[in-house]
Write a protein that binds this ligand. Structure first.
Ligand code: NCD
Length: 311
């Protein structure tokens, strides 16, 4: 099994078959992380560079662990210690990294489109680990893996995505992903954080959070992306949590056995209460565990076997 593409840049461009292939590969790789010796030799001799221009705890660590569990060599570059602070452009940085012959560059950047620009200019694979408010494909894949693992299928389920839709790459990637897999996606949040025309992505905009959550199989809460907001989009954290936060009363509106997700980092008491985040329906830490499996699958399907288009 292999993907007929060099890069993973967006969920928008992935077909249902490709998403299926990634999820089932991740499912079979999940057990590697449960072994005492958490390593398979599959990607021995391959080199992965993690190039992160934005803060990250989960995603960067997850890509690094995934590469190492597949036996690839993983190198991490964080911008504060790199030549970027000396004025080098991202394209020059990438060209110089490419000269060291990596097989894959994983990139996170505050500007939308940077991974696409690198992919067009580099011979190695590029994985988008989050580009501005655009897409975060590996996050949506791990979210779909988590939901499929708990509910069995994605077809026909109701997924409510709540919060700062406008600035969230997680929301965009998940709207594309879940709708492609046949789920019904409803979004809700403050009107100032709801991009006009978002329905074009295949989702429905609910008038309020309660309507969105009613009967939902999955509720995905988002962090307010303060780092992407130039002006004040909301008055105060307390107000926000009252109108848009997830507490136990709101959880009761959802379907019995609802799956609660959050990509992290969570702001306890703002978009999600501690009772819900730590409660029985929360799969927030399962998402993190599944993140490693999804990224192992991406490395395997991009670097593992000879790609069909390269054969
Ligand atoms: C998200 C991101 O960076 O887009 N986090 C993550 O990758 N797990 C969401 C966020 O920062 O709120």
């Amino acid at each position: 099994m292999r993907l007929k593409r060099k890069d993973i840049l967006t969920i928008e461009e992935l077909s249902r078959e490709e998403i299926e292939m990634i999820l089932s590969t991740a499912e079979s790789l999940r057990e590697v992380s449960e072994r005492e010796i958490k390593k398979v030799p599959t990607l021995r001799g391959r080199t992965v560079i993690n190039l992160f221009y934005e803060a990250s705890t989960r995603t960067r660590t997850s890509f690094e662990i995934a590469a190492k569990r597949m036996s690839a060599d993983a190198v991490n570059i964080s911008v504060s210690t790199s030549s970027v602070v000396k004025g080098e452009t991202i394209k020059d940085t990438a060209k110089n990294l490419e000269a060291m012959r990596p097989d894959c560059i994983v990139v996170r950047h505050a500007a939308a489109g940077v991974p696409m620009m690198l992919a067009a200019n580099l011979a190695c694979s590029v994985i988008n680990a989050g580009d501005g408010a655009h897409e975060h494909p590996s996050q949506a894949l791990l979210d779909m893996l988590t939901v499929r693992g708990r509910l069995g299928a994605l077809e026909g389920i109701k997924v409510a995505i709540i919060g700062d839709i406008a600035h969230s790459r997680v929301a965009r990637s998940n709207i594309y992903g879940f709708t492609r897999m046949g789920a019904n996606v409803v979004v809700a949040g403050p009107p100032t954080m709801m991009p006009p025309g978002i329905e074009a992505l295949g989702c429905v905009v609910a008038p309020d959070v309660d309507t969105a959550i009613k009967g939902a199989d999955v509720v995905m809460m988002l962090r307010i992306q303060l780092e992407r907001q130039k002006d004040a989009f909301f008055p105060a954290a307390r107000e926000y949590s009252r109108f848009y936060g997830l507490d136990e009363a709101r959880v009761r509106l959802a379907k019995k056995g609802v799956v609660i997700l959050h990509p992290g980092p969570i702001n306890r008491g703002v978009e999600i209460s501690s009772e819900v985040a730590d409660g029985p329906y929360s799969l927030i830490l399962d998402q993190v565990t599944n993140g490693v499996a999804v990224r192992m699958a991406l490395f395997y399907l991009l670097l593992g076997a000879v790609r069909e288009d390269a054969a």
